[in-house]
Design a protein around this ligand. Structure first.
Ligand code: BG6
Length: 479
């Protein structure tokens, strides 16, 4: 359905995501002239506010979360905002929301970032108040369920009111510039594709390391854990982009068709192929930090770290392990993908005493945005004591290459795509369900084997057994 929405309805308009990401993204887009002049934004949440009160609330959030150089457009942006108080559990309130939204000329985009427990009631309210018609599309923020069954339940409820081409499931990692760049690297260059398979790649590592801890998200995080909070969505999307076959075009259906094939080829993980951990007190970046249980105020079996040796049962990746790891309170914040190539089949230099290392491609997603390809070169000299080779990096720092273009945060891209109706960077139902299916298998195996997280001191790369998980295959985690 192709239309640029001229109304945006935000559920959870006073929440943390709205303050930190959604309002700042919209304001920045507006300041750069990227929002339709007619776009009106209606916020809704439980707080008792009127339009003026919400504008005041939004101003405070924008002044806090927008960098100073991007605050210029705040006053103009605030004029777009209106507000309607709503308790989503009370169906009678949706009429007032519909009235506030009015009759869009072209269409309405809805962004739902509320507690999952409110999803169904919200969808029902939207449908009953005429806010789910063919000119309405809906963006859904995670978490979309806690397992396959609950995710299906939510998807069924949304499907009652919205067709799949109007449902935009958000995984904010897909909005990151460097994540999209993965596709450019793979499919806009000729030299990677012939090598991008089990014949030439030994293994792949994906690391999403965070230095933050619980961040006050007690009730949500303790019920989720690292596997469901990070692996089920962000890491599996990264894995799918690394592993997918070349799509026929950069269009939503083509890209998502290829991703879902990868997700469906994930093999059930064996019990000894996962490691879980929970941080204890330690130090991160020179700062002493409490342990997870202390932050939580009670002991818990929730994992704040997980490492997995994953396998894809398909032709391209047969026998190539994908080592995944993510955790909170790790030594530094980094998201990166490392492709470890195989050794050259025969070293002609061995007889000269030279050692050759296999090539490696490291794609830095954040905070460093760089692409590093390690190559072997000859150390200069007359080689009278033998020939020496050294591994040197071919390094592209994207911020240096693109010093001009503005760096945009993920939600700027995703909100614009939602408003304009491009689903390429959103997750389709079959993808989410394939993701949950694999995650449920891991959780079931943990339950059967009584797996509980092993302690690791904050500021370390997870429990020592995570190192062993890779080391027993002769692999070192890339750090
Ligand atoms: C969210 C998780 O989806 O992603 C958080 O719920 C996590 O726990 C966050 O901190 C990480 O996002 P980013 O963009 O900072 O890597």
């Amino acid at each position: 359905m192709s239309f640029t929405a001229d109304r945006l309805l935000l559920f959870g308009a006073t929440g943390d995501l709205a303050q930190r990401m959604l309002l700042p993204s919209l304001c920045a887009l507006d300041a750069d002239g990227l929002l339709d002049p007619k776009l009106e934004i209606v916020g809704t949440a439980r707080s008792e506010l009127d339009d003026a009160g919400y504008r005041q609330f939004a101003r405070a959030a924008l002044e806090k979360f927008l960098p100073p150089e991007r605050r210029g457009g705040i006053a103009v942006f605030l004029n777009r905002l209106r507000y309607q108080t709503l308790d989503a559990n009370d169906m009678s309130g949706f009429g007032a929301v519909a009235k506030k939204v009015g009759t869009p000329e072209r269409g309405l985009a809805i962004f739902l970032s509320t507690a999952p427990s409110l999803f169904e009631a919200t969808i029902a309210g939207l449908a009953a108040s005429g806010l789910a018609g063919p000119n309405v599309r809906i963006g859904l923020e995670k978490p979309l369920g806690t397992d396959l069954e609950s995710s299906r339940h939510i998807n069924d409820a949304v499907a009652q009111a919205f067709s799949e081409d109007r449902i935009f499931r958000i995984d904010h990692y897909l909005g990151k510039e460097t994540v999209q760049n993965l596709l450019a690297l793979r499919f806009a260059n000729v030299m990677f594709e012939p090598l991008w398979n089990a014949a030439h790649i030994d293994h792949v590592q994906i690391t999403v390391a965070e230095t933050v801890g619980l961040e006050g998200r007690v009730s949500f995080y303790d019920g989720a854990g690292a596997l469901r909070d990070m692996v089920q969505n962000h890491m599996l999307q990264l894995l799918a982009l690394v592993a997918m076959e070349p799509p026929v075009s950069y269009e939503a259906t083509a890209v998502r068709d290829e991703k879902v094939k990868v997700l469906r080829s994930l093999r059930l993980v064996a019990p000894d192929e996962t490691v879980t951990g929970q941080y204890t007190a330690g130090a991160v970046g020179g700062q002493a930090v409490p342990g997870y249980a202390d932050e939580l105020g009670q002991s818990s079996d929730t994992e704040t770290f997980v490492a997995i040796k994953a396998h894809l049962d398909n032709w391209r990746w047969k026998g190539v392990p994908f080592y995944l790891r993510t955790g909170k309170r790790l030594p530094r914040r980094t998201t990166e993908i490392m492709i470890q190539f195989r050794r050259v089949p025969h070293s002609i230099f061995a007889g000269k005493g030279a050692q050759s290392q296999p090539n490696r491609l490291v794609i830095g997603i954040q905070p460093e945005e760089n692409i590093t390809l390690s190559l072997m070169v000859k150390v200069p000299g007359l080689d009278r004591d033998g020939l020496r080779l050294r591994q040197v990096p071919l390094n592209i720092a994207l911020p240096d290459v693109f010093a001009g273009p503005q760096r945009r945060i993920a939600y700027e891209r995703l909100l614009l795509d939602l408003i304009e109706g491009d689903q390429t960077l959103f997750v389709r139902r079959d993808e989410v369900e394939a993701q949950w299916d694999w995650i449920d298998g891991i959780r079931a195996s943990w339950a059967v084997h009584g797996v509980t997280p092993q302690p690791y001191g904050a500021g370390n790369w997870g429990p020592t057994s995570a190192i062993a998980l890779a080391a027993r295959d002769g692999v070192n985690w890339h750090e």
